[in-house]
Design a protein around this ligand. Structure first.
Ligand code: ADP
Ligand code: MG
Length: 323
């Protein structure tokens, strides 16, 4: 099969949040320890992502904007064996084709940095410029050249809320990176980057949730689960607080969701859902991945084993809670 077609069909850029997702993931892939995301008007007029990662050498900057030029993986199966988040090699090309892009980047070995501008996919300039190590990426006026797609954007408030959600998810999946989010010149989020998941839960969800957590830390064979689940007293009316990450990616799995909810059942009223923030590490050979451009579906080679492990881990944590 053709891996590229399998994972590249469809569009990467749907709304400001999709741009931020790609840029933030690139920053994390570049081994940045600190990333700042800044948006104005919900990201529709201005998105800036600044990182202190490895930067891009001058001669490679235009290449990075070519479709499929730099894929970080070779096959769909690699998705879970390599540590990089990017895999399509088309994000920058897609973003540059529908916005006005300016990038300033410098590597540790480069004597100067590079400034590159590309508007609607058309190169405007490339020049040397003094810059700190890392990359600043600005995308202005999303869909300025595709009015039909621009029409589908919601209000800046709604688009901004989608961006905020996305930044929070990435901050929670990467406690090792300090992430700052600035919206309309106001600081909205700033995580420490000190690896402490509980700190980030406090920052994102507030005191009530952070002070009603139970720790989960289980290893069984090729699977480990680490993180926190909420005591039943902080149950919610929807599933939005049921979060888990599989090998660093925010992914839904019906098996894991069912196992979590079944374990909570004796403690929960009907139509209430738990808070969970669990990180799974699972050997890639136990996974079966089906990739769409915007969502991933995950199956397990041995779903029964995963189900029981998750059920036990959650049930045990709940059984030991101090009431
Ligand atoms: P992918 O992430 O799938 O490889 P992208 O289009 O997102 O594709 O990025 C293209 C390439 O540009 C990346 O493979 C990487 O080499 C480089 N790149 C993009 N963003 C950054 C960044 N913030 N820091 C360093 N290199 C970057
Ligand atoms: Mg990428």
């Amino acid at each position: 099969q053709n891996t590229i077609n399998k994972i590249a069909a469809g569009e990467v850029v749907e709304r400001p949040a999709s741009v931020v997702k790609e840029l933030l993931e690139n920053a994390i892939d570049a081994k940045a320890t600190a990333v700042t995301v800044e948006i104005k008007e919900g990201g529709t007029s201005f998105i800036r992502v600044t990182d202190n990662g490895c930067g891009i050498p001058k001669e490679e900057v235009p290449l990075a904007f070519l479709r499929h030029s730099t894929s970080k993986i070779k096959s769909v199966e690699d998705l879970f064996t390599v540590s990089s988040l990017g895999f399509r090699g088309e994000a920058l090309a897609s973003i540059a084709s529908v916005s006005q892009v300016e990038i300033i980047t410098k590597t540790s070995v480069g004597l100067t940095g590079t400034r590159y501008q590309i508007d609607g996919g058309i190169e405007r300039s490339i020049e040397e410029i003094g810059a700190p190590e890392g990359t600043t990426f600005i995308a202005r006026n999303l869909f300025f050249n595709t009015p039909a797609r621009k029409k589908f954007l919601k209000t800046p408030v709604t688009e901004g809320a989608h961006v905020a959600d996305l930044v929070e998810k990435l901050a929670l999946s990467h406690p090792e990176v300090s992430i700052r989010f600035i919206q309309n010149n106001q600081n909205k989020l700033h995580t420490s980057g000190n690896h402490n998941l509980k700190d980030i839960i406090y920052t994102v969800f507030g005191r009530e949730i952070a002070s009603n957590l139970l720790e989960v830390s289980v290893k069984k064979g090729e699977v480990t689960v680490n993180g926190f689940i909420g005591k039943p007293v902080i149950a919610r009316g929807n599933r939005n607080y049921e979060n888990y990450f599989i090998n660093g990616r925010f992914i839904k799995s019906s098996i894991i969701s069912r196992a979590i909810e079944e374990a909570y059942r004796p403690f929960m009223m009907q139509h209430k859902y738990p808070f969970t923030m669990l990180h799974f590490t699972i050997e890639p050979e136990l996974l079966d991945v089906n990739v769409h451009p915007t969502k991933m579906e995950l199956r397990f080679r041995d779903g029964e084993m995963i189900y029981h492990m998750v059920y036990q881990a959650v049930a045990n944590a709940l059984a030991h809670k101090e009431l």
